[in-house]
Ligand binder design. Structure first.
Ligand SMILES: [Zn+2]
Ligand SMILES: [Zn+2]
Ligand SMILES: [Zn+2]
Ligand SMILES: [Zn+2]
Ligand SMILES: [Zn+2]
Length: 318
């Protein structure tokens, strides 16, 4: 048996003649370069000899355009009669040594060998070589296989499952929770910081508004005061004595002065202006006052007739 018999046709690009079942025209389907059964054959256009495409490609790299039969080489399709013989061949699977008993038609050989249950594959856990047909079952039980914990999502080997469940998983969960707490703390801190900044900004805005209001208020007070001062000045300027009740009193100096000229008795002197509202300031000076004398100063209704005892009139206020 050929050394390559345990290699798939995909790996070796050749088929040993002893793998073919039954009798066949061996000379017709043998490659002149590798002396094995033609694999993916092409032919020389000049001499019509056939070669495996891999064999002739390698040959061409060393001797371009030269046929192994010394003629000028130009590639053509393999001759139909050869392809027909090839297609009838039944070939033992390359994994026959491992137990595959299937003889596969030439055309289906490559595909069968790719999927053959009797090829060796490495276990993902223990790395042992196992037949493909046994691999799934082995990996179900192999204690080196990595498993993912559904609780903490970490990987552990199957043999460590007990230890993982009882110790590592709890540690892992604790660590994950610690990390979460750490993240939450950080998040919380950032939120607090943001909140603080927002509040500070709001406070500052409010303080600014209050400051502006203060300034405005002071301006308005100042303005009001000025208006009041002006009004007061206006009234002070304008008020004069206008009329007296009896000859006891006399108005002099164009209403600026009133003097007692007659008997000492009750009398009344009225100002020229009438007042309906607001603050009115009237300034006057008493230059001379005898003992036991008094003056009543105030406002009374304009419609009240002048009298010697106006101070006792119901409308008098002073
Ligand atoms: Zn060949
Ligand atoms: Zn040739
Ligand atoms: Zn097989
Ligand atoms: Zn294993
Ligand atoms: Zn776990």
């Amino acid at each position: 048996m050929n050394n390559d018999s345990n290699k798939s046709v995909e790996q070796s690009n050749s088929i040993a003649a002893d793998r073919v079942q039954g009798s066949f025209d061996e000379d017709l389907v043998t490659c002149s370069i590798c002396h094995m059964i033609l694999w993916k054959p092409v032919a020389c256009k000049t001499c019509e000899n056939s070669f495996c495409s891999d064999c002739i490609n390698q040959w061409q790299q060393k001797q371009p355009n030269k046929c192994p039969f010394t003629c000028h080489y130009e590639e053509r399709k393999c001759i139909g009669a050869i392809l027909k013989v090839l297609s009838r061949l039944q070939i033992n699977c390359c994994y026959m040594q491992n137990g595959c008993s299937v003889a596969v038609p030439y055309e289906g050989l490559e595909k069968h060998e790719q999927q053959c249950d009797y090829q060796f594959k490495k276990c993902e856990g223990c790395q042992r070589e196992l037949l493909l047909k046994d691999l799934a079952q082995h990996q179900e039980l192999c204690d080196q296989i990595d498993l993912k914990c559904s609780t903490c999502e970490t990987l552990f080997k199957r043999k460590d499952m007990k230890n993982h469940k009882e110790v590592q998983c709890l540690k892992q969960q604790l660590q994950q929770q610690k990390n979460q707490v750490q993240e939450l703390k950080l998040e919380f801190k950032q939120e607090i910081q943001q909140l603080k900044e927002t509040m500070e900004q709001k406070l500052k805005n409010q303080q600014d508004t209050i400051d502006q209001l203060h300034v405005k208020n002071e301006e308005m007070q100042e303005e009001c005061l000025n208006v009041i001062k002006k009004q007061i000045q206006l009234h002070m300027m304008q008020e004069t004595f206008d009329s007296v009740y009896s000859n006891t009193l006399k108005i002099e100096e164009h209403g600026l002065v009133v003097v007692l000229i007659g008997k000492r008795e009750h009398s009344e002197v009225r100002g020229r202006n009438s007042y309906s509202s607001g603050i009115n300031c009237i300034k006057f000076q008493i230059e001379k006052m005898l003992n036991n004398e008094w003056i009543s100063f105030g406002v009374l209704s304009q419609s009240t007739p002048m009298a010697s005892t106006s101070f006792s009139s119901p409308s008098f206020y002073g």
